[in-house]
Design a protein around this ligand. Structure first.
Ligand code: PEP
Length: 255
């Protein structure tokens, strides 16, 4: 982290977990544990929990995000949620391009870019996920893959809009597997993403961009990962479902 240049942010991705009662209980447990955090704290929750979590976090330092949004403003897209439907509720953030959306729901770099456009137009702050597959890492094309994902996702995004975006580097082989990238691997790829952004927008814009690492980050490995200059926080899956685990990562990012 380099807190002089940019904000550290820890975001929880609850995925398809927690009903409304469980969501409220988790937030109530979390609030006192993270109230003095010296970093941004976000919880990205299932659509059905948004109203509950928005109410439970009111007046606290916990921000609320969704886990996806559609690129159209409205229309015949059964099962989808428009970006403006989220902002109308008071939702601030949205995760886009998570590898599970890419793997199971046909998300591509191009649809990530379209969703990003819609999210920005609606006033949402996107957390854009990029990351290589295990085969790609083994073939030595991580830099090319992540660079391309970053460039396509940011197509048409202005330097001003970039200020509202977080990029999350999530190596697909590390998500939900218990396999964490080493601190050096995470730092190297987050640095590559920053270099790509510098190429597109200039050094100052890239220096101000928050880039998270995600992939089996937990209370035990967070400090080492966050010690990397270019790792500005974390996108946390499994460890976000328990208040003590999540708050320990927030504490590591607050140092
Ligand atoms: C994620 O879902 O973005 C993630 C990083 O999951 P986990 O922390 O469980 O690997």
């Amino acid at each position: 982290m380099n807190k002089k240049l940019r904000k550290a942010v820890i975001a929880g991705n609850w995925k398809m977990n927690k009903n409304r009662a469980e969501a409220k209980a988790l937030i109530e447990e979390l609030k006192p544990l993270v109230k003095d955090a010296d970093c941004g704290v976000i919880v990205c929750v299932p659509f059905t929990d948004l109203e509950t979590v928005l109410a439970a976090t009111e007046g606290s330092n916990i921000c609320v995000g969704a886990q996806n949004c559609h690129f159209a403003p409205s229309g015949a897209f059964t099962g989808e949620i428009a970006a403006t439907m989220l902002t109308e509720m008071g939702v601030e953030y949205v995760v886009l391009g998570h590898s599970e959306r890419r793997q199971y729901f046909g998300e591509t770099d191009v649809t990530v870019n379209k969703r990003l456009r819609a999210a920005l137009d609606a006033g949402l702050k996107p957390i854009v996920c990029v990351g290589e597959l295990l085969e790609q890492r083994e073939q030595g094309v991580t830099a090319e893959v992540v660079g391309m994902q970053t460039r396509i996702a940011l197509g048409g995004v202005s330097a001003e809009e970039l200020k509202n975006i977080i990029i999350a580097y999530e190596p697909v082989w590390a998500i939900g597997t218990g396999k964490t990238a080493t601190a050096d691997q995470a730092g190297e790829v987050c640095g590559l993403i920053r270099a790509t952004v510098a190429d597109l927008y200039g050094k100052e814009a890239a220096d101000g961009l928050t880039i998270q690492y995600g992939g089996s980050m937990n209370a035990g490995n967070a400090a080492e990962l966050l010690a990397q200059e270019d790792v500005d926080g974390g996108l946390i899956g499994g460890a976000a479902l328990k208040a003590p685990d999540f708050s320990a990562i927030v504490a590591a990012a607050s140092k």
